[in-house]
Design a protein around this ligand. Structure first.
Ligand SMILES: *Cc1c(COP(=O)(O)O)cnc(C)c1O
Length: 392
């Protein structure tokens, strides 16, 4: 009998490397593989499964919406679409002057944002090093890393990069030609990097000084991940554009580009579009996520249990620090290869990932239980032991 892994290799393009596991089912923060082995899922489909796996509220919302009205195109609208737009605007800073464009992914939300910035009549975008905004030609154009860009050039131009967290460098790069400044309020793919206090507020000031838009990519950091709806809430600022995806659908594909103030009305009919974006099922999923985060008190939960996780992980002397907030954590290792740690964790029944050679990312479902967290903390020293053994 041919294995699923062999059939995968024969039938799927090799963009991701070989899959680590064949998973068959999930429940809460747990998943099982084809051999019946159980794992605690601390990756959540890369910060996506905010309600964990098979949450009854999400299952029921998607199922009942699909049973009544699944897809209608954007010639029409539906109650869930309008309700989700209202729910996002009610929570995002400045949302009272905002409007939403729905897409199907983070990349697509960002593509909408790129086009929105062009409607200012300016073309320059100032982006930051270490950023990740997606894989499309537009999103890739915002990526500084030469190795990612080079195979696909020429990419859309007029992008300038500055080091993340350096307000002076940002001020020097932005001019009256700048359409927008784009950054993640906390960088995800870079390994969960928190900028210095005051950086987002400085970016807001610099954008204002030059009439540029401030666009915050909250695709990974948004919708409860930090213990707040939006990571930038504590910065005391209003962005012009906020993009969302990952956690918003709880596993159902959806993205959103929120324009605030002037950016809410830059698109005119015909400027942008999508067939699937904002479909009733995806929006019902988004509503179920927002409602459940609220009804189960998951923001507070992510804050409290996130702190406990971070303290527990940092207690090992082989960890030099833990960055991030809530359930958005980057564990900095002292000389142990993060790939070895991720492999040892998997062996021990924990799914986590290694975005950089020094950092482990922990982005569990917001429904992670105290017992799940304790299970990881109990296993953590042995996971590091095994990784060290594999390194030497
Ligand atoms: C994942 C991610 C994206 C891309 O989202 P996709 O849904 O994979 O297209 C964009 N921005 C950030 C910050 C992300 O983490």
């Amino acid at each position: 009998m041919t294995t699923v892994a062999a059939r995968y290799a024969a039938s799927l393009m090799n963009t991701f490397g070989a899959p680590k596991l064949v998973l068959t089912r999930g429940e809460g923060a747990h998943v099982w593989d084809e051999n019946g082995k159980e794992y605690v899922d601390l990756l959540a489909g890369i910060a996506v499964n905010s309600l964990g796996h098979a949450h009854p509220a999400l299952v029921s919302a998607v199922t009942s919406q699909l049973e009544s009205l699944g897809h209608i195109s954007n010639f029409f609208t539906s109650q869930p679409q309008v309700e989700l737009a209202e729910a996002l605007l009610a929570r995002v800073p400045g949302g009272e002057t905002g409007k939403v464009f729905f897409a199907n992914s983070g990349t697509e939300a960002n593509e909408a944002a790129i086009k929105l910035t062009r409607r200012t009549g300016r073309t320059q975008i100032v982006a930051v090093e270490g950023a990740f905004h997606g894989r499309s030609m537009g999103a890739l154009a915002l990526t500084a890393k030469e190795a990612y860009r080079a195979p696909f050039e020429p990419l859309p131009g007029d992008v300038t990069w500055v080091p993340y967290g350096d307000a002076d460098a940002l001020a020097a790069a932005v001019s009256d030609q700048t359409a927008a400044i784009v950054m993640e309020p906390i960088q995800g793919e870079a390994g969960v990097i928190v900028p210095p206090a005051g950086y987002l507020a400085a970016a807001r000031g610099i954008a204002d000084e030059h009439g540029a838009l401030l666009w915050l990519d909250e695709v990974q950091s948004g919708i409860g991940r930090t213990g707040r709806w939006f990571a930038h809430e504590t910065a005391g600022i209003t962005a012009d554009i906020v993009t969302l995806a990952k956690g918003l659908g709880g596993g159902f594909p959806i993205g959103a580009c929120i324009g605030i103030g002037r950016a809410a009305t830059l698109f005119e009919p015909g400027n942008h579009g999508t067939t699937f974006g904002g479909n009733p099922v995806a929006c019902a999923a988004g509503l179920a996520v927002v409602d459940t985060i609220e009804s189960e008190g998951l923001l507070e939960h992510a804050t409290v249990l996130g702190q406990k996780l971070r303290d527990g992980l940092a207690a090992d002397p082989r960890v030099t620090g833990v960055d991030g907030e809530g359930f958005f954590l980057g564990v900095v290792l002292d000389g142990i290869d993060s790939a070895k740690v991720a492999a040892a964790a998997l062996e021990a029944g924990f799914i986590l990932n290694n975005p950089t050679p020094e950092r482990i990312r922990i982005v569990p479902p917001l429904v992670l239980t105290e017992a799940d967290a304790e299970q990881l903390l109990a296993a953590w020293p042995a996971i590091l032991d095994a990784a060290e053994e594999a390194t030497t």
